[in-house]
Design a protein around this ligand. Structure first.
Ligand code: GUN
Length: 287
């Protein structure tokens, strides 16, 4: 079998068109644009690229971006003052603090200052808790983007065995909660997992979020599995996923490429989350 390649770029473009209609309707209804504040501290080159793409994404979907660039030497107090001011600003719908922060800044303390209703990344403990409780929330963008891809392809989730390799707060853990919410049987594997290959081979849906280029090889994949590659690894100047794409695609039923798979959906989901936060905030005012 040769897998169907899930085109994240095309889905992302379609989703952005739909989103633009929503943000335009929002602007007409409330007389202001949906607004996202993006905070970048320091000079991490990868973060600079992500932030630039997030701002471009805002511009393409009629969301007003507010960009804040703070120097590497920013103190915890200075960073907290900015986040507090954005938290109180009624014109700001979403606040995103790009991670990782420079050494010396307390990530958790800073993220906790973002009000849950403006937490477009879904990182606040209240939103993480609500996700686990199956309540209304904002969930982390990368795993939400993966769910959008699975839904768009009408891939059955209920009762399927989903195996996630990676247990990060940004991808692995929320991915597990989202799949569990749709009644998958979920296994999370990580660096200490024994018999990783045997577990991966049982997966109907295999999500690779490890951070090692081509870690998932064809002998770890069941015939007909759905393989989702969250990895972005730079090897000799080229982007590689966590999955050995060329060989695994001959066994899988669906597979996401790198680049052009999960990556484009992550930023689009951030923009969707921003619009969702804006609508929920306006609805809360009128309740
Ligand atoms: N760094 C890597 N991924 C992310 C993300 O999804 N959100 C933020 N804020 N920082 C990140």
């Amino acid at each position: 079998m040769s897998a169907k390649i899930i085109d994240g770029k095309a889905l992302s473009a379609r989703t952005r068109e739909e989103l633009k209609e929503k943000t335009t309707a929002f602007e007409q209804k409330y007389g202001r644009k949906v607004c996202l504040a993006v905070v970048l501290v320091g000079n991490d080159p990868a973060s600079e690229v992500y932030v630039r793409n997030k701002i471009r994404g805002c511009e393409a979907t009629n969301i007003k971006p507010l960009a804040y660039r703070l120097p590497e030497e920013t103190t915890q107090k200075e960073a907290e003052e900015l986040v507090r001011a954005l938290a109180e600003d009624d014109g700001v719908d979403g606040i995103l603090v790009q991670l990782p922060l420079p050494a010396g800044l307390d990530e958790i303390r800073l993220l906790e200052l973002i009000p849950p209703e403006k937490d477009v990344d879904g990182f606040h403990p209240v939103n993480v808790g609500n996700l686990l409780l199956g309540r209304e929330t904002v969930a982390s963008c990368t795993p939400m983007g993966v769910m959008t891809m699975l839904h768009d392809e009408n891939i059955e989730i209920c009762g399927k065995h989903a195996v996630i390799v990676g247990r990060s707060n940004i991808v692995g853990k929320p991915m597990a909660a989202l799949l569990l919410r749709e009644s998958a049987t979920v296994t999370i594997c990580h660096s200490k997992t024994k018999n990783l290959k045997d577990i991966c081979k049982q997966a109907d849906i295999l999500v690779a979020a490890i951070g090692k280029a081509e870690f998932i090889t064809a002998d770890m994949v069941k015939e007909g599995a759905v393989v989702i590659d969250v990895g972005i690894n730079r090897v000799d100047g080229k982007l590689k996923g966590d999955v050995d794409f060329e060989n695994v695609k001959e066994k899988a039923s669906y597979i996401t490429p790198v680049p052009g798979g999960v990556g484009p959906m992550t930023i689009t989901t951030l923009l969707e989350n921003t619009c969702l936060c804006a609508e929920r905030r306006e609805n809360a005012k009128n309740r």
